[in-house]
Design a binder for this molecule. Structure first.
Ligand code: KG4
Ligand code: ZN
Length: 347
């Protein structure tokens, strides 16, 4: 079965072809027009998607070495995301499905991230037998979930305010770094001292009694943002410039340690032996290293997506469509746009 996946939920225009569950192409174009605005400008994103979508889809089909009439299914992100951006990919995908008389599969973007650690093995069928704890950390979401083998899942924790990616991007903006600041902080922090300054870690065992902590897997990053801003205001520009690696390493440590602590606590409390991390922030080198070290310590298996499948991509959209179809889910011929895209979570 050849599946064409399309992703346009934010600032990446992407198309991918999956053949028998294996990725044959994954073309991703990242929009650069937002850099000077310090965040994604929704209208600009929609226009860029519109400009590029046809050529990106053509490139994915050509790279997979097939013709359009060899496609069997078309899948696209149906949300959550920027409404205009989602609409471009979703309408294009449905138009193509209609023209080629193909079934269409709407895919929830966050659910697709959750299964991205298993793409590398050829298909997400490589997911562990039995439940695993998934930490999904992107620019818009921070979710802890328990995922079952039948793809059903229960969300056991989420951010009460900012997402982990937002915490990177917004504190980076305070330091004058370009959007998205996450990868820049990751790079700068490599030369810095993470113990240089202790920024707060909300809702962890450090800030709550261990009695309250158990069972609370929610996150909060807005306090960190305020703390960084207040602290920076007290420092001179020269000091900030001189200590940029140390400051970024300290901010990164505050974010990463919360993510690792909560994920490990969730796996322990549910007696689950496998953990996966996904979403743009899962590309962070400190998070990967710290989570691996913690998993080694506790004897948990860790599943990580390769860097290209951490950030937004269409291979994860096509992969989730493949997984759902192979488990008996029916494709559709029409689907209404739902940019708010509620989760199919049972939690
Ligand atoms: O999953 P994604 O590509 O898009 C959303 O669905 O939001 O995630 C984008 C987020 C941005 O906040 C970006 O700064 C962050 O992922 N990010 C990183 C790294 N690479 C991307 N954060 C920290 N370290 C990285 N290496
Ligand atoms: Zn995403």
């Amino acid at each position: 079965m050849n599946i064409l996946g399309i992703e346009t939920s934010c600032d990446e225009t992407s198309a991918s072809v999956l053949s028998g569950g294996r990725v044959c192409s994954n073309v991703v174009s990242s929009q650069r027009c937002h850099t000077s605005f310090g965040g994604v400008v929704p209208e600009l994103a929609s226009r860029e998607h519109e400009r590029l979508i046809a050529s990106i889809v053509d490139a994915a089909i050509t790279e997979a070495n097939i013709r359009k009439n060899e496609l069997d299914v078309i899948a696209a992100t149906a949300g959550p995301g920027l409404i205009g951006a989602v609409m471009v990919g979703l309408c294009f995908a449905q138009g193509l499905a209609y023209a080629l008389r193909l079934p269409f599969v709407p895919v929830n973007h966050i659910e697709a991230h959750m299964f991205s650690p298993f793409i590398d093995e050829g298909s997400a069928d490589a997911a562990p037998e039995g439940p695993f704890v998934s930490l999904t950390v992107s620019g818009g979401h921070t979710l802890l979930s328990v995922i079952e083998s039948d793809l059903s899942y229960e969300v056991i924790g989420r951010t009460l305010d900012d997402a982990a990616g937002e915490a990177f991007d917004k504190t980076g903006k305070m330091l004058g770094l370009d959007y998205p600041a996450g990868p820049v902080i990751d790079r700068l922090a490599k030369g810095g001292d993470p113990l240089f300054h202790e920024f707060p870690r909300a809702m962890t065992s450090r800030s709550q009694t261990s009695k309250n902590y158990r069972g609370n897997f929610d996150f909060s990053f807005s306090g960190l943002k305020t703390s960084v801003l207040t602290w920076l205001k007290k420092q001179s520009p020269e000091f900030i410039e001189l200590h940029m690696p140390d400051i970024t390493a300290s901010i990164q440590r505050a974010i990463v340690s919360v993510l690792v602590e909560k994920t490990i606590a969730a796996a322990e409390s549910r007696n689950i032996k496998a953990i996966s991390i996904a979403g743009g922030v899962s590309a962070n080198s400190a998070l990967r290293k710290e989570m691996q070290a913690a998993c080694d310590r506790y004897g948990f298996l860790l599943y990580l997506p390769s860097a290209i499948y951490s950030t937004d991509n269409a291979a994860m959209i096509a992969t989730l469509a493949h997984l759902k179809l192979s488990r008996g889910m029916k494709a559709e011929h029409r689907y209404n746009i739902a940019p708010y895209a509620s989760f199919a979570s049972k939690g």
